[in-house]
Design a protein around this ligand. Structure first.
Ligand SMILES: [Zn+2]
Length: 74
């Protein structure tokens, strides 16, 4: 994986944390020393998360619309 700072491919994984739905890896760039995290998820879990986010977004828009209707009618 390329370093977000210097774009070098020369990096290593320092630690890996296995969670119930995701794997978090702490990476370190050998070229510039930058450390960053990457998160790895199952594609199926990602799809579920995306549809959950979409549902929350729809709900938020809907309640905003209802608020607007309510305030318009004073
Ligand atoms: Zn780097």
């Amino acid at each position: 994986m390329k370093c977000p700072d210097c774009n070098s491919d020369d990096g290593r994984v320092m630690s890996t944390r296995q969670g119930p739905i995701k794997v978090t890896r702490l990476r370190c760039c050998n070229a510039c020393g930058r450390r960053w995290n990457t998160i790895e998820v199952d594609a199926q879990n990602l799809a579920r998360m995306e549809s959950a986010v979409e549902a929350v977004r729809t709900f938020t828009n809907l309640s905003r619309e209802l608020e607007n209707v309510a305030s318009a009618h004073g």
